[in-house]
Design a protein around this ligand. Structure first.
Ligand SMILES: [Mn+2]
Length: 364
């Protein structure tokens, strides 16, 4: 069998890092979408603009890949050795940017100033999150509300007369199916464009949609080796607001099962927020046993903030129902309420701009 040129490229990434002129960067949640989209797009750019030496960088420290069993699973399926990939602790991004390298932002469209301090040149953007209105000269600046960045990358590569190999298609379709909960209408996360690309990509890698999705979901659900802190850390994102920083973690577990493994979950959450130095911390839980379900925990250091944010969110169609009264955490670091989120279509991508609007309004 002929060598897959995509895999051959992946094996060169590490050795080319110090000469990189284009850094294809996934977001700091480093979910499968960020990883898959960055790798496939970087290879496409490498075939189009080899002189710029594009490399993909995964925006987490290397050891945190172990918190993402679905990524480990699919990389192994593709025959990609994580040792060959570049993580945030393998490269000095600020130094590369100061040397003139430009960024290609994948699966995000703004940068956390505590992650990158150098003034970044952003060559292009491929994303499906809320448009923060930055880097307006990026070309293309593709920010479309589809279910997955993988859809945008697949469309772009195919329109650009590029190639997606079977392994590239496996990565992208895996990300796409996980992001859209197997293209389910109920989850409200997929569009016709996602469906069209999913069918195309599954055709390229020769996988059956349902079988592949369930295998991936099983890999993702294998949380047995993870502590509660790991669960909070593995898909944590942080933003700056005029009020201060705030964080949102997504945890793929039902609250009831989590509370069975962790008797004092409230303290673990308060401790995590204190450690991250965020006065507002939200945990969004998503589970599917048997039906897709969302739950939410809101932690705030201050009681008035907690009350204010909740009454604001109450008017935002989340259909939050508190499962018990607000409690002060045992270490007195803040206040916390757990909710059932009736509107399962509101994911972190949609919640974050709401929280941002509220926190920004406090200082006006
Ligand atoms: Mn994404």
């Amino acid at each position: 069998m002929a060598a897959d040129p995509f895999l051959s490229y992946i094996r060169t990434i590490k050795s080319q890092a110090s000469q990189a002129g284009l850094i294809v960067l996934g977001n700091q949640g480093a979910d499968l979408d960020s990883i898959a989209s960055a790798l496939v797009l970087a290879w496409h750019l490498a075939t189009q603009q080899p002189k710029k030496t594009p490399v993909a960088v995964i925006a987490i420290p290397r050891h945190e890949l172990n918190l993402r069993p679905e990524a480990l699973f699919i990389l192994a399926e593709c025959g990609i050795n994580p040792e060959d990939l570049l993580f945030s602790d393998d490269v000095d991004l600020d130094e590369l940017l100061r040397q003139g390298a430009e960024l290609v932002l994948v699966d995000h469209n703004s940068l956390n100033p505590s992650f990158i301090t150098a003034e970044p040149g952003v060559a292009s953007i491929f994303d499906h999150h809320h448009d923060a209105g930055e880097f307006l000269n990026a070309e293309p600046r593709l920010i479309d509300k589809v279910g997955s960045t993988a859809t945008l990358v697949a469309e772009f590569v195919l329109q650009d007369k590029g190639e997606i190999t079977a392994n590239g298609a496996l990565l992208l379709s895996g990300a796409l199916l996980l992001d859209t909960v197997n293209l389910s209408a109920k989850a409200g996360r997929s569009t016709g464009r996602d469906k069209e690309m999913a069918i195309k990509l599954l055709g390229i890698c020769g996988r059956d949609q349902d079988t592949f999705f369930h295998t991936l979901q099983k890999a993702q659900d294998d949380l047995s080796g993870l502590t509660s802190k790991d669960l909070l850390a593995r898909d944590y994102k942080e933003w700056q607001s005029p009020f201060g920083p705030y964080g949102i973690s997504t945890v793929l577990l039902a609250l009831a099962s989590w509370q069975q493994r962790e008797t004092d979950l409230a303290s673990v959450i308060a401790h995590f927020a204190t450690h991250k130095k965020v006065p507002v911390f939200i945990v969004m839980m998503a589970s599917h046993t048997p039906d897709f379900k969302r739950e939410l925990i809101l932690f705030c250091q201050h009681k008035e903030l907690h009350t204010g944010l909740i009454s604001y969110l109450d008017n935002q169609d989340l259909h939050l129902v508190a499962t018990h009264k607000t409690l002060e955490t045992t270490d007195h670091s803040g206040f916390l309420t757990m909710y059932n989120q009736g509107n399962v279509a509101i994911s972190r991508k949609r919640l974050q701009p709401l929280v941002h609007t509220y926190l920004s309004s406090l200082l006006r």
